[in-house]
Design a protein around this ligand. Structure first.
Ligand code: FAD
Length: 388
């Protein structure tokens, strides 16, 4: 059955024809191409790289960027794509987010014209894959403590250090790597095969199993001056990329929540217990469905408003923190409630719920943990930073 959407408050009436068309395209792609294979990918711990050419052809990579082969979509259209893809799987959405928001966006925003011409068309077409190296084994929530260094040596830079938990790492042709220099943090394009650069995958994940997660290592890795992102000065340049990705996450997780809710709704009206009555006839079950649809609707409103603000150039990082924190928390709670409503069946991968739930545990942690976004909001309303 094709997915018919979750729209309690007639929010579709707030979307343009073009936005509805983009969503429908993404929805059909997920129904026809992602859902038939994602359970096995998750079981096998395999990233479905065979989907990349189609994702690229649909214009979903760097969708909200202009030129260099990019689709130039609005931020609401981009958000709707993220929502549909994450309805399929958070790992696949992570691939699209990293490629667009964390690799193409920094090259687009901070890169030289030559870097843009070299990389953006290839990244858009899926011919090249990218990753974003900020987190280190000892520094996650506090990237300002990073130990990776870059030292200038003639016309080259020499990188030393290690990055951890990097999505797409071992499949990436180019890594956007953040390192400490004499002039503060700077961004570098490290290409696969450069001497001193090595990658190894992280195994044993019980979350994001359909996504590649790697460690990157730099041992006197020599990078030419032409691979320095000239306008990426200071940690704030890296954080601005994260704001782009977090915006997409704020939309994406609604898709995972919709899938969990809709699975539970359909299950509870059919599953019978006590006097041969559907479990949906019980008030405690309805209370959970009512909670979920209410929270999904609030999350949809928040995402749509954030998208309109972004299209108007008015979305601020503190707004994005609220979007990411609220919507991820909402989606995780929907997954847990839906799992409960399916009883024993809820733990099976025949249903998507447990997979979404495990994925959302990562989504709660990456791109700024729930705590960190709480502190961003706290700082915004009090003027007092409480990170330390
Ligand atoms: C599957 C996966 C993919 C990822 N992909 C990427 C990627 O592509 N690129 C990349 O650079 N990184 C990536 N990450 C890393 C991710 O961004 C970090 O895991 C995240 O920033 C949290 O860092 P940490 O794991 O070191 O946790 P920590 O920072 O050690 O935090 C652990 C706990 O302490 C809490 N905490 C920390 N400081 C405070 C504080 N001041 N106040 C209150 N609580 C606090 C946190 O909220 C959390 O609950 C990925 C992670 C995962 C799991």
């Amino acid at each position: 059955m094709p997915f018919r959407g979750v729209d309690y408050m007639l929010l579709d009436s707030q979307l343009t024809e073009q936005e509805l068309l983009v969503r429908q395209t993404a929805r059909r792609f997920v129904d026809e191409r992602v859902l038939p294979l994602i359970r096995d990918c998750y079981r096998d711990g395999r990233f479905p790289s065979e989907l990349i050419p189609e994702i690229a052809q649909l214009g979903f990579l760097g969708a909200n960027l202009e030129g260099y082969g990019c689709a130039g979509m609005s931020n609401v259209e981009y958000g709707l794509i993220m929502q549909e893809i994450e309805r399929g799987d958070s790992g696949l959405r992570s691939f699209v987010s990293v490629q667009g928001a964390l690799v193409m966006y920094p090259i687009y925003t901070y890169g030289s014209e030559e870097q843009k011409q070299t990389w953006l068309p290839r990244l858009q077409s899926g011919e090249a894959i990218g990753c974003f190296g900020l987190t280190e084994p000892g520094f996650g929530s506090n990237p300002a403590g990073m130990l990776t260094t870059a030292r200038q040596d003639g016309s080259d830079w020499v990188l030393n250090g290690e990055k951890a938990w990097i999505t797409n790492g071992s499949v990436a042709n180019v890594a956007v790597v953040w390192a400490r220099t004499n002039a503060g943090v700077q961004g570098f394009l490290v290409e696969k095969g450069m001497p001193g650069y090595s990658v190894s995958d992280i195994h044993g994940k019980l979350s994001m199993r359909a996504s590649v997660t790697s460690s990157l290592s730099f041992s006197d890795c020599r990078v030419p001056q032409t691979n320095v992102l000239p306008a990426a000065k200071g940690l704030k340049a890296a954080l601005a990329c994260l704001t782009q990705a977090r915006y997409g996450i704020g939309w994406g997780v609604i898709g995972a929540a919709m899938d969990c809710y809709e699975t539970a709704r359909q299950y509870t009206v059919v599953r019978k217990q006590f006097d041969d009555r559907p479990i949906a006839t019980h008030q405690l079950v309805q209370e959970k469905l009512a909670w979920m649809i209410t929270e999904i609707t609030k999350a949809q409103l928040l995402a749509l408003h954030a998208g309109r603000l972004k299209d108007a150039g008015k979305l601020e990082p503190a707004h994005v923190s609220m979007l990411k924190r609220n919507n991820v928390g909402m989606a995780l709670e929907c997954a847990r409630m839906s799992r409960d409503l399916l009883g024993a069946n809820g733990i099976m991968d025949e249903y998507p719920i447990m997979r979404h739930m495990c994925n959302l545990e990562t989504v709660k942690t990456y791109e700024g943990t729930d705590h960190i976004h709480t502190l961003v909001i706290g700082e915004r309303v009090t003027g007092i930073p409480a990170y330390r």
